[in-house]
Design a binder for this molecule. Structure first.
Ligand code: PBG
Ligand code: ZN
Length: 319
């Protein structure tokens, strides 16, 4: 027999030498949930092992994140005030604006990405401004998104990540940032964001479930793959610096197609439902803990450059 593939699996050294995919600490983006109030570090019931932090508790958490070697975070806010227009999302003293400043005060070296959307801030829970028939008005929403992104940049965010799925938002936000001298702030849109049941635990964590209807008029149909390629292409043409595909695990095919089609960093979002399911299985001894590394590695192998994951801190302890 000439061909014996097992030769390269004979021991740990050679397996390590020929390994094709490696997970590095800089691949991981760590989500942080920030709430109003003080003295709060409380476990999120729908996301075991993940916490809500008030501003005064961020310092300790951020120091822990840095000590683990992680280099970037993405922020999600839970505001006190909601209205039909989500005005609080761009308030100077909004929860995210305060959180950015606090994180930059204690850890200027930590790379801070912000999720730009309205759904946590609107009383109806949709990702934009509604028209008279209850449908999200695309172009009105763009104006608000521009204000939110700008307010994050002014507060010191390093990168903005619009997750709303409105048409033309990258172009719009790019112009707003540029007109205000933030031409060096990258935009990382959620380009292929599917209407997914995997966001359930997140929506519980930030109370952003739509009060009526669903997000299907703006988020993508999970049956579609060509459409993801069109969406990504448009975002790149509009000036996206990186793109997000979300969720990750049930959409590995989309990640691979994006990798084959575009020369741009691809970020995969391993979302709340994916985390919760795996975490529950591990915590109940159904599968071994090693499955977490294997699962996150599969996202990188599919073509992701970086991964937003609630397992970031856990993985960092293993690396
Ligand atoms: C806001 C937003 C959502 C997530 C990230 N940003 C929820 C949604 O669109 O319903 C989901 C993240 C997760 O499930 O971990 N638009
Ligand atoms: Zn939203």
């Amino acid at each position: 027999m000439v061909n014996r593939p097992r030769r390269l699996r004979r021991n740990a050294q050679i397996r390590d030498m020929v390994r094709e995919t490696r997970l590095c600490i800089t691949d991981l983006i760590c989500p942080i949930f920030v709430v109003e109030g003080s003295g709060i570090k409380s476990e999120i019931p729908s996301l075991k092992g993940i916490y809500h932090f008030s501003i005064d508790k961020l310092e300790e958490e951020v120091k822990e994140i840095i000590a683990l070697g992680l280099t970037s975070v993405i922020l999600f806010g839970v505001p006190n005030r909601k209205d039909d227009f989500g005005k609080e999302a761009s308030s100077k003293m909004g929860i995210i604006q305060k959180a950015i400043k606090e994180i930059k005060r204690v850890a200027p070296e930590l790379y801070v990405i912000t999720d730009v959307c309205l759904c946590q801030y609107t009383s109806h829970g949709h990702c934009g401004i509604l028209d008279n028939s209850g449908i999200v008005d695309n172009d009105k929403t763009l104006v608000s998104l521009g204000e939110v992104a700008l307010s994050h940049a002014i507060s010191g965010a390093d990168m903005v990540a619009p997750s709303d799925m409105m048409d033309g938002r990258v172009d719009y936000i790019r112009k707003v940032l540029d007109n205000n001298n933030f031409m060096d702030i990258p935009i990382m849109p959620y380009s292929a964001k599917y209407s997914s049941n995997y966001y359930g635990p997140f929506r519980e964590a930030v109370s952003s479930s739509p009060a009526f209807g669903d997000r299907k008029t703006y988020q993508m149909d999970s049956a579609n793959s060509d459409e993801a390629i069109r969406e990504i292409k448009l975002d790149i043409e509009e000036g996206a610096d990186l793109i997000i595909i979300k969720p990750a695990l049930s959409y590995l095919d989309i990640i691979q197609r994006a990798k084959d089609n575009f020369n741009i960093p691809i970020v995969a979002y391993n979302v709340s439902g994916e985390y919760a399911m795996l975490k529950m299985a591990v915590d109940n001894g159904v599968v071994s803990e090693q499955i977490i590394y294997e699962t996150i590695l599969s996202i990188k192998r599919a073509g992701a450059t970086m991964i937003i994951t609630y397992f970031a801190k856990y993985l960092a302890t293993k690396m």
